[in-house]
Design a protein around this ligand. Structure first.
Ligand code: NAD
Length: 369
């Protein structure tokens, strides 16, 4: 039953959008706006049922509440899904209809790019609403978030490696990177600059070639073999559930730190990693660079500001690792606790977010730092 599921996830609001003329069927999940408007990407995917789309919208938007809270942003959690095939079903009308649905929420939800959508789609949405980030630079946008996500993952990895390998950085350590897409590609470049040995894989040969051209020393293995590499760090940068009941037995790394969302197939695997002596840098803590970057758009985009805030992921990761050690809990639980505690304590001071009249200029934003 949808309502039971919505209650279980704890959402404030879930909006079903329908515009037959424009071919739009979408769901917007607004999980928690205690800290600010729910910001999160718009995914376009050919879901096989409305139920699957709803579950994805709920899961993803709740994840954004935790990500924004743990990153110290004044943002809540939101996410949208459009039911459709991004290769066949995109049109100006569809994204403008979606933009109108977003506009009708009065600023409670701010959209952005996600899997299946890109900057061109955001431009159409922007014609109907200002509640969109990731638009073109000419409209105050910040462009591709992936380099920021990769930089944040590197900061998280440095923090975790310093905790495990006694402060000698990444130089000489072997990092196994699963996935050489937008984030993985930038991450292997950064890791090469740090002097790490990098072993990587991607199921897409073109992605492998592009990464090899950029990082000549990159070693490549076939897809599944990545789990058996003799490695110090495992960096999942492909799909979710990289750590599952099967792969956990094969991963010989001392640190797991990567960009992929929902790396743990189930929460309990966090405790299993801990008991195996593996330090897990929680996914939503280390992959927040992209969100941080788009959030800077809300106060007038500055690349320097986005870089500065993204580098803070190093300290944020250290804070969570210390909390986990002190309280004797797995790192994923520590991250959840920190996020929930921040939402709770700021909620007491602020009450719930209600309306939001956002301008594009610095200082117009009610949550400007
Ligand atoms: P992407 O689609 O550009 O890259 C993913 C890559 O993984 C692709 O090249 C794909 O071929 C490869 N891949 C898929 N399955 C694989 C497998 N089994 N083995 C090896 N390679 C496989 O996506 P991205 O933007 O680089 O994002 C990577 C992950 O990070 C995703 O989980 C995404 O949700 C998450 N993430 C991305 C950002 C961002 O800024 N792009 C921000 C936060 C989180």
């Amino acid at each position: 039953m949808p309502m039971t599921e919505i209650r279980e996830y704890g959402h404030e609001q879930v909006v079903f959008c329908n515009n037959e003329e424009a071919g739009l069927q979408a769901i917007i999940g607004i999980h928690d706006t205690t800290l600010g408007p729910g910001l999160g990407g718009c995914r376009m995917y050919p879901y096989s049922s409305v139920q699957d789309a709803l579950t994805d919208a709920l899961r993803l938007s709740r994840g954004m509440s935790y990500k924004a809270a743990a990153a110290g942003l004044n943002l809540g959690g939101g996410k949208a899904v459009i039911i459709g095939d991004p290769k066949k079903d995109k049109s100006e009308a569809l994204f403008r209809a979606f933009g109108r649905a977003v506009e009708a929420l009065g600023g409670r939800y701010i959209t952005a790019e996600d899997v299946g959508t890109d900057v061109n789609d955001m431009e159409y949405i922007f014609m109907e609403t200002a509640s969109v980030t990731g638009v073109d630079a000419s409209h105050g946008g910040s462009g591709d978030p992936s380099p920021f996500t990769a930089l944040g993952v590197l900061q998280g990895m440095r923090a975790a490696c310093e905790a495990v390998f006694n402060g000698d950085g990444l130089k000489g350590h072997t990092v196994a990177v699963q996935g050489l897409g937008h984030v993985g590609f930038h991450l292997v470049k950064l890791l090469a600059d740090e002097g790490a040995r990098i072993v990587a894989c991607d199921i897409d040969k073109e992605k492998v070639q592009a990464a090899k051209a950029e990082v000549p020393g990159l070693e490549i293995v076939d897809g599944e073999q990545i789990f058996d590499v003799d490695m110090d760090v495992f960096a999942p940068c492909a799909m979710g559930s990289a750590i599952n009941d099967k792969t956990i037995k094969r991963i010989g790394a001392k640190v797991v730190c990567g960009a992929a969302n929902n790396q743990l197939d189930r929460d309990e695997l966090g405790a299993e990693l801990t008991s195996k002596g593996v330090l897990y840098a929680p996914d939503y803590v280390v992959n927040a660079g992209g969100l941080i970057n788009v959030s800077v758009e809300l106060e007038g985009y500055s690349r320097e500001q986005a870089l500065r805030l993204t580098r803070n992921i190093y300290y944020n990761t250290l804070k969570i690792l210390r909390m986990a050690r002190k309280e004797g809990i797995p790192t994923n639980q520590a991250a959840d606790r920190l996020a929930e505690e921040r939402i709770r304590s700021i909620g007491l001071v602020r009450g719930s977010f209600s309306n939001f009249n956002r301008g594009r200029g610095k200082g117009d934003h009610p949550f400007s730092r």
